[in-house]
Design a protein around this ligand. Structure first.
Ligand code: GDP
Length: 197
């Protein structure tokens, strides 16, 4: 991704815990189980890296990874988990809003969408938050290896249609499979480009 080390920096539970805003950052959002950890592992080439953020107790934290001191990769907690108690969800939504609206170095958000399921109501909610915060976001389809060509085309069309309603949406959709490696190089290139912009 970049020449240099990729390391876990910290898990953040409140705005005052954010690391110094001294480099560009990009965040990754998606429903629980969308394949976010697998994607971050594939992007960074570090198998155990994003697992740290999937362990119980870590799941409501904003997890920061340092990309060779050039950029931060930010792993946002998976959403749409009906099991989480209401106060936990509300606290998380407040933090998410503050983060998206207040983080000046946030360059782009990647919203992960499962290639089998397409855009769901909870994804729409995140997209609306991103519109409000004026954070440009780009959709990344995950688990592309799990669907056949015809199904993929259908979900892609549905996703494109959904994105038209969102002024902050970037039109290009990236198809990925962490399992097969599809789209990983493309996404890495986007991360490098956005960092250097
Ligand atoms: P997270 O909750 O969003 O972090 O999701 P995970 O990365 O833990 O993935 C959830 C499940 O989907 C796991 O069983 C993964 O092995 C599987 N998975 C993730 N990415 C892919 C992929 O690209 N292809 C396939 N076939 N399975 C995947």
């Amino acid at each position: 991704l970049f020449a240099g080390e990729i390391t876990f920096v910290k898990g953040v539970v409140a705005m005052d815990g954010l690391p110094a805003a001294d480099r560009p950052e990009m965040c990754f959002a998606g429903r629980s189980n969308v394949g976010k950890s697998s994607l971050i592992n594939a992007l960074t080439g570090r198998k155990a890296l994003a697992r740290a953020s999937n362990t119980p107790g870590r799941t409501q934290e904003i997890n920061y990874f340092d990309l060779a001191e050039q950029a931060f990769l930010v792993d946002l907690p998976g959403y749409g988990f009906a099991k989480a108690p209401v106060p936990v969800v509300e606290k998380w939504q407040r933090l998410l809003k503050s983060y998206l609206q207040g983080r000046v170095t946030l360059r782009r958000a990647f919203v992960l969408i499962d290639s089998r399921h397409g855009v769901k109501a909870v994804d729409e909610e995140i997209m609306k938050l991103l519109d409000t915060a004026a954070v440009t976001f780009q959709v990344v389809m995950t688990k592309a290896d799990k669907v056949k060509e015809q199904e993929r085309a259908k979900v892609l069309a549905q996703t494109r249609a959904a994105l038209q309603k969102h002024p902050a949406a970037f039109p290009e959709i990236v198809l990925t499979s962490s399992e097969k490696g599809d789209g990983i190089a493309t996404l890495r290139a986007i991360i490098r480009r956005v960092t250097l912009e």
